[in-house]
Design a protein around this ligand. Structure first.
Ligand SMILES: [Zn+2]
Length: 105
């Protein structure tokens, strides 16, 4: 079961663009969140699909905590996104992101 990382997500009524782009500062990070001027998630395209999904959830969580003014430090975001990733990967989602009636799709 896999899900496709979307090109954009809505977080609290704000569109966040998602880009697979190599132009990440100094290549120290797998991904990054940008809030201004345009909300953006950048993910290193050289990662495996599983890691791209993981980084996507991590960066989306940064946008969620930013949008809703939730104060979490980096390790808290990392732990929470790890748990959320585990839960999401247990959902039956097809590649369109729709909930499927069948398991193992
Ligand atoms: Zn982070």
């Amino acid at each position: 079961m896999e899900f496709k990382v979307p090109g954009m997500i809505m977080v609290g009524g704000t569109l966040v663009r998602v880009e697979l782009t190599a132009c990440i500062a100094e290549r120290l990070l797998n991904g990054e969140s940008v809030y201004q001027p345009v909300p953006l998630i950048r993910i290193d395209p050289g990662l495996s699909p599983a890691l791209i999904r993981r980084v996507f959830i991590h960066e989306a969580l940064h946008h969620i905590t930013n949008r809703y003014h939730v104060e979490l430090d980096e390790s808290q975001v990392a732990n929470l996104s790890e748990g959320i990733t585990q839960v999401i990967m247990q959902l039956s989602l097809d590649t369109e992101g729709h909930i499927s009636e069948k398991e193992n799709e």
